[in-house]
Design a protein. Structure first.
Lengths: 528, 190, 384
């Protein structure tokens, strides 16, 4: 972790433009970070509303609220919006705000491309959401869109789905190029790679993963488009193709994708635990090693999503062992966080509460992941609610909690105002209870035999489904409180100091709060 | 921006294009990989089947199963469903197919083997499943041939092989959308 | 204070372990845990699941234990001067190598069980399982028995008009019957999209992929009725195509096989008989309730535009030959309207067509023609 001896930050250019067009034309990384964060919050609420529809239908056995066709559209859009609209843009927003400041750069490497990367996203999601009103309805084949359900048997809106996925991919790729070039070429003098903060490391690695796999997703959806419109047979057995090929290509993207959705969370957690333990993060170099190993391993485990597809024994064994192996570097990270806290001097402000909950609950998600890696056992878990429980644990009290922690942690730097600590803690406790009541019983429901992606279920699953739905409604409602807290903080609050948090380390804490529109126009000198 | 930055951008753009191309390369790569390892259980035409016709080996069970994929009205079934053959010997089997409609139709047959690791030991000299399409006139019936030999090297634990053939209508539109595009009637107009 | 914390920690762990291992807790686990199943493999899988689970619990207790301890013992108040240690290579190596060894310990039984599952030698009985939207077809290869298995739960139960039965969403018209103690091999494929055949009590799950065969095998020790599900999103009624397998003693299996073969003869005989309109209507109403209501609805209104209305439909009222063609061949390209000619016998097809032509005031407004099983037999004769 680097401490700064000198920093020169007084060359002020003009401030932000006036009026609403500021937001359309801005090339400022702070503005663009803000745009991404608000966009992702809006998508989180929309995707969350769809989750409410799903849980409302699952509240009791029988069909009460929606028809099965529409239910399939809800579950598909819920997944797509949360993955591509909420989690990924939120992390990009955080990258935009923080990476330049953390490395002592004045802005991102390609500011105009940065603007483009953001603005194509609302366009892409308008296209996607408008499919709800098209004939045949929205995509209804799950966010993993396996062929031939998503090709031969797809509604007409699939073409718009493919179009919007291409645009989202372009946005991610451009964003990643920006992040890599910024980190590799614009660090302040004296900031070697190993002196970089862990959030920056996590984004460097994530950006490389995105460069590697988003084009593969683009390839997959292009092949789909060709099968649907141009008579090819990539995935159509009738024409000599293979539906399983789709799964291989998709998951070659899909597995690194889930690490894309968690690595920045690892970076955030390291910053926050270090700060509120008032103790330097244990094992900085080891944490970098762990994230790198996770990223590399993520390329060779994709078929653990396909254990029941009929692969030969040798392949299944390989993917089982490789998947189990990822537990090692992940465990290293958890041990390092815990050791950072051990013999520290801890206080429990809201960011710390979310980060501690992240460590515990993400680890639980990791345990269910380890169970899923065991192939013969996976035959009983695959495509049941056990899997749903697993990935919601790593994504909701995992990725989403880390995003919330990051917002609470850095919002005083962004706005100059402290958030209301009591309300923040209330939001935390409501979310913590909500998330566990929603998703813990889903482990049991899955073990007891309930498949996923179903709008109705046999009677033995009724009780815990009702409990899960109640938890979901609580969790959903609590996010309205979060919206209120954020707006309230933007509009005013106790004034924040530059350091904000006792024990905070990093270049971003050396500038004023709120951070000036242009920071580090002259690079700081980094020594220790 | 400095030279280093420009170079990084160029490299990353190449990487993006490279990965996009790689995803398309996965298509033939997958076939090659499956061919070599037998992963997807598809048996392709053998070039050296004759070398497998050696001494008569052990007896194994052979089962043929058939399926008509959605929308394929032909009669399609193996002439014999279950048989015992000896490894190392040439074997001939047939499938009976009949176009029961009053339109000319072209079918494509997809084969699948269980267990999939038997695939490398099944040498097919001739199989109707290699053809791009099997065209039958209205009412025409045909006996489709398979000539194969099961290599003596077949692992001892495999005592029974299932060969499955699924026929598809080659001319079927591949999606609702293509169907709409070509103005076919998708649903009966009632 | 440190001592107090340790003692209370120990107390917590002991009481937790007692609670977990008490027999009462285990009984309640039936509702929330995986089934042990009724085969040697399913029991092995269950043991593996529990082993990994307990290892995870122990690791969790240790790691979270240290964490929770730190959270209480090292607050700023209690420990205002934090330690400054921040790296230790030995420790890092230790907690890399030890977890790796634990994983190896887990991987060995897992690999063994997987290898046993993959034993793909012959079965005493081979059953081809075909997934359709939205039902299963079973073909017994040796005995040449062939039938479809549809969900029989009433739409009224699903839409909360009548109370739900005990086996709500888990009951079918034709059950897969197998003998206990024999090796049954399943050859799994699909007719349209990817489905997946799951029998939790046998620990079998294999995807059903159009064009390809996946295999699974089982030897069931215990007679009983076992229920499973489709576990791959396959469209609208993915949640409504259960699997039901009944394992019976060998002699019961043999008589079931005999009955099935006799049924086929009986159907052929019945086709020859002269059916009255009333007989066809009555039978057709049953066939309709089982096969057609999900899409065309009890009142014949359908869910346009995808599932057309039959009540008031021009084809149903006035064009019997087109209607026969649709029932027999289905409607492409997705065959959401399946080729029922493959699934239903001639009597059922004739009956359901006759029913639809006379229900919902179609008789008054249409030509009122009935369709007989002989008409269907004629249709099936080659066209040329």
């Amino acid at each position: 972790m680097s401490a700064v001896i000198e920093s020169h930050d007084h060359e002020h250019h003009h401030g932000p433009a006036k009026g609403i067009t500021r937001w359309f034309y801005t090339t400022n990384h702070k503005d663009i970070g803000t745009l991404y964060l608000w966009f992702s919050f809006a998508m989180f609420l929309i995707g969350g509303a769809m989750a409410m529809v799903i849980r409302a239908e699952l509240f009791q056995p029988g069909m009460q609220i929606v028809e099965p066709e529409f239910y399939n559209q809800m579950l598909t859009l819920h997944g797509l919006i949360m993955v591509f609209g909420a989690v990924m843009p939120a992390f990009v927003g955080l990258a935009n705000w923080l990476v330049p400041m953390m490395v002592g750069a004045p802005d991102m490497a390609l500011p105009r491309m940065n603007n483009l990367s953001f603005w194509i996203l609302p366009f892409a999601f308008t296209v996607l959401l408008s499919s709800l009103f098209m004939e045949g309805g929205a995509p209804n084949f799950g966010w993993t869109f396996y062929a031939p359900l998503s090709t031969t048997y797809a509604p007409p809106s699939v073409t718009f789905f493919i179009f919007s996925v291409h645009i989202m991919g372009a946005s991610s790729i451009m964003g990643s190029i920006n992040v890599i070039v910024t980190i590799m070429n614009m660090r302040a003098p004296g900031m070697t790679l190993m002196k970089m903060p862990l959030f920056v490391w996590s984004w460097l690695i994530t950006a490389y993963l995105l460069i590697a796999v988003m084009p593969v997703l683009a390839g997959a959806v292009t092949m789909m488009l060709m099968d649907i419109h141009f008579g090819t047979s990539f995935f159509d057995a009738a024409g000599g193709g293979d539906p399983v090929l789709f799964q291989h290509i998709f998951w070659f993207f899909g597995h690194p994708e889930v690490y894309i959705m968690i690595l920045p969370a690892f970076g955030i957690t390291s910053h926050i635990i270090e700060t509120f333990s008032r103790k330097q993060l244990f094992g900085h170099a080891s944490m970098v090693w762990a994230m790198t190993s996770i990223a590399i391993l993520s390329f060779v485990v994709w078929a653990h999503h396909m254990f029941t597809v009929g692969m030969p024994l040798a392949a299944e064994l390989f993917f089982m062992w490789a998947t189990m192996l990822i537990a090692v570097p992940t465990g290293v990270k958890v041990f390092n966080w815990v050791t950072t806290m051990f013999k520290g001097s801890i206080t429990y402000e809201t960011p710390m509460l979310f980060s501690i909950a992240f460590v515990v609950l993400f680890t639980i998600g990791g345990f269910s992941g380890l169970m899923l890696a065991i192939t013969p056992a996976d035959f009983q878990y695959h495509d049941t609610y056990f899997v749903v429980a697993h990935f919601h644990y790593v994504l909701v009290p995992g990725a989403i909690f880390s995003i919330m922690a990051a917002v609470y942690f850095w919002i005083p730097k962004w706005t100059g105002n402290m958030y209301d600590e009591r309300l923040g803690k209330l939001h935390f406790w409501l979310s913590f209870i909500g998330v566990n009541v929603t998703f813990f019983p889903q482990h049991w429901i899955g073990l007891a035999g309930m498949p996923r992606r179903v709008p109705d279920y046999a009677l033995q699953f009724a009780d815990w489904n009702m409990v899960s739905s109640v938890g979901a409604f609580l969790f959903g409602a609590s996010q309205i409180l979060f919206l209120f807290i954020v707006i309230k903080t933007v509009m005013g609050g106790k004034k924040a100091t530059p350091e904000v948090w006792e024990g905070a380390r990093g270049l971003e804490w050396t500038v004023e709060s709120p951070a000036p529109y242009h920071t580090f126009t002259t690079p700081p000198k980094v020594t220790q | 921006m400095n030279e280093g930055g420009k170079k990084t951008i160029k490299l990353l753009c190449f990487a993006v294009l490279g990965m996009f191309t790689f995803s398309f390369a996965l298509v033939p790569l997958y076939d090659v990989f499956c061919d070599i390892t037998g992963l997807n259980g598809k048996v392709t035409q053998s070039t050296n089947a004759e070398t497998s016709i050696t001494a008569e080996g052990r007896e194994i069970g052979l089962q043929f199963i058939s399926h008509n994929n959605a929308g394929m009205p032909w009669v399609f079934k193996p002439s014999k469903k279950v048989l015992k053959i000896k490894t190392g010997t040439l074997h001939e089997a047939t499938f009976y197919a009949k176009n029961t409609t009053n339109k000319i139709m072209t079918a494509r047959a997809v084969n699948s083997v269980a267990p999939s690791n038997a695939k490398n030991y099944i040498k097919k000299i001739e199989c109707f499943c290699f053809a791009e399409g099997i065209e039958l006139m209205p009412g025409e019936e045909i006996l489709l041939p398979i000539k194969m030999v099961v290599d003596n090297e077949l692992p001892q634990e495999i005592k029974n092989i299932v060969l499955s053939y699924t026929i598809f209508d080659s001319n079927i539109e591949h999606s609702i959308i293509m169907n709409h595009d070509s103005d076919h009637e998708m649903e009966p107009s009632i | 204070m440190f001592k107090k914390a340790t003692t209370s920690f120990n107390c917590k762990v002991s009481s937790l372990l007692i609670a977990l291992f008490s027999s009462q807790t285990f009984a309640a686990w039936d509702d929330i845990n995986m089934t042990e199943g009724v085969t040697a493999i399913s029991k092995e899988v269950f043991e593996l699941h529990m082993l990994i689970f307990w290892i995870c619990v122990v690791i969790g207790v240790i790691v979270f234990g240290v964490m929770f301890y730190s959270m209480f013992a090292y607050t700023k108040k209690k420990n205002p001067n934090p330690s400054t240690f921040h790296e230790n290579t030995k420790v890092e190596l230790a907690w890399t190598i030890v977890p790796f060894l634990i994983l190896v310990f887990m991987a060995i039984p897992a690999s063994n069980t997987l290898t046993t599952i993959y034993d793909d030698s012959a079965g005493d009985i081979n059953i081809q399982v075909v997934g359709y939207q939205w039902k299963w077809q079973y073909k017994y290869l040796e005995d040449e028995i062939d039938f479809f298995s549809n969900l029989t739960t009433d739409l009224d139960e699903i839409y909360n008009k009548t109370p739900k039965g005990e086996h709500y969403l888990e009951e079918v018209d034709e059950v897969v019957v197998i003998p206990v103690g024999k090796k049954i091999r399943f050859l799994i494929t699909a007719n349209d999209v990817i489905h997946s055949w799951w029998m939790p009590d046998f620990a079998i799950k294999q995807d059903a992929i159009p064009g390809f065969i996946n295999t699974a095998w089982t030897v069931v020790d215990k007679p009983g009725t076992y229920r499973g599900k489709c576990t791959e999103l396959c469209g609208k009624n993915h949640g409504f195509m259960p699997v039901v397998v009944k394992a019976v003693p060998q002699d019961e299996y043999d008589s079931w096989v005999k009955n099935k073969k006799e049924e086929a003869f009986k159907i052929a005989e019945l086709t020859e008989k002269d059916w009255t309109k009333e007989e066809l209507f009555e039978r057709g109403e049953e066939v309709y309730a089982k096969n057609c209501v999900a899409c065309h609805q009890t009142n014949g209104q359908g869910i346009p535009p995808i599932f057309p209305a039959l009540a008031g439909s021009d084809i149903v009222m006035n064009d019997a030959s087109r209607q026969i063609e649709i029932l027999m061949e289905g409607v492409g390209p997705t065959y959401a309207m399946q080729a029922f000619g493959k699934q239903l016998n001639e009597i059922d097809i004739a009956a359901v067509i006759t029913y639809s032509r006379n229900a919902w005031s179609n008789a008054e407004n249409g030509d009122g023609k009935i369709v007989t099983p002989k008409d269907i037999v004629d249709y099936k004769k080659p066209k040329v």
